[in-house]
Ligand binder design. Structure first.
Ligand SMILES: CC(C)(COP(=O)(O)OP(=O)(O)OC[C@H]1O[C@@H](n2cnc3c(N)ncnc32)[C@H](O)[C@@H]1O)[C@@H](O)C(=O)NCCC(=O)NCCS
Ligand SMILES: Nc1ncnc2c1ncn2[C@@H]1O[C@H](COP(=O)(O)OP(=O)(O)OP(=O)(O)O)[C@@H](O)[C@H]1O
Length: 274
């Protein structure tokens, strides 16, 4: 089964692409890291408890305010849900403390997300899907690209377009909040370059500065090429022969480790030149 790692930066169009891939003619299963990241911090989970313990004492508005519709102990007695915009203010940006707090939050959320992802991917493999889309904003940062047959980066070349789409969609964010969120991630053009350097067939960049219709056409071309390289019969062969599937996965891991080593060396060489 082909793992398609879909990434980009905030508001560059990942969800737009994943909803296209979910529907006809592709009808691919989607594993959405943002959705899982919400699930693993619901009241009562160990993720929720760890966040409340670490951030609670210094973040007075960490939980949703009690109200007529929100009891003090939460809707099911397990605590009130996290106030996500408040937690976002606490961790997004590039100050030292913000980076430290973000690393703590990532350390709580990411392992739980990876566990859920693994279960979902296994389910897709057992159902005989030829491919599954892993929609992961921090695909490269969390090194999950190692497991992907193809990485797909949705990027915009003009930062102003990204900022405008983010602020139009999330009207509650001030410009400063929006900039802090963008700055909390690797620049999307760097992700696009990294994707290109994976080479033909291993990396696809979808530039999304134009209209949604243009994006759809680009996606269609990319998916046609991908399907040619990874035909459906191959996923049935792998399903019928788990040792072969295991060997193919190891081969992929090794190939990706080499790709990533080349990228890190080129980044180090570029830094040394400065
Ligand atoms: C800080 C939180 C509570 C803010 O929640 P909010 O509902 O406002 O935003 P949401 O979760 O929808 O994220 C929106 C976008 O922000 C970006 N983002 C989220 N978390 C991070 C992070 N740790 N680092 C950089 N960018 C991030 C992603 O592009 C994401 O698509 C939330 O983003 C969070 O729990 N983040 C840590 C977990 C994480 O890394 N999630 C990303 C996928 S695993
Ligand atoms: N080509 C486009 N033209 C106009 N608007 C677009 C285009 N592509 C995406 N958008 C809009 O931009 C906003 C951000 O897109 P989307 O939600 O797909 O981004 P995302 O990368 O999934 O964001 P996040 O990282 O926050 O989950 C949405 O409101 C979407 O409708």
């Amino acid at each position: 089964m082909l793992l398609i790692g879909l990434t980009g930066s905030i508001a560059t169009g990942k969800s737009t692409i994943s909803s296209l891939l979910k529907s006809s003619p592709y009808e691919l299963p989607i594993v959405d890291a943002d959705v899982l990241a919400r699930k693993v911090v619901e009241p009562g989970t160990s993720g929720y408890n760890a966040i409340v313990k670490y951030f609670g004492p210094t973040t007075p508005d960490l939980l949703v305010e009690p109200s007529d519709s929100m009891p003090e102990t939460g809707p099911n007695g397990k605590g009130r849900p996290l106030n996500r915009p408040a937690l976002g203010k606490r961790v997004f940006g590039d100050g030292e403390q913000l980076q430290k707090d973000r690393a703590v939050l990532n350390g709580i959320v990411h392992p739980a997300v990876r566990k859920e992802m693994f279960k979902m991917v296994l389910g897709c493999y057992l159902r005989g899907h030829w491919a599954v889309v892993l929609d992961i904003p921090l695909l490269f940062e969390s090194k999950l690209d190692r497991f992907c047959g193809v990485t797909m980066v949705v990027a915009v070349s003009d930062p102003e377009i990204q900022m405008k789409r983010l602020m139009d969609r999330d009207a509650h964010l001030s410009r400063e909040d929006a900039e802090n969120r963008v700055r909390s991630q690797t620049d999307v053009r760097v992700k696009a370059q990294r994707c290109i350097e994976r080479g033909e067939g291993n990396g696809v960049v979808l530039w999304n500065d134009g209209s949604k219709e243009e994006l759809e056409v680009k996606l269609d071309e990319a998916m046609k090429k991908m399907k040619e390289r990874s035909p459906e019969w191959w996923s049935w062969v792998l399903l019928g022969c788990p040792p072969l599937a295991f060997a193919a996965a190891l081969w992929r891991l090794w190939g990706n480790a080499r790709i990533n080593q080349r990228w890190e060396e080129s980044q180090a060489a570029a830094k040394a030149k400065l």
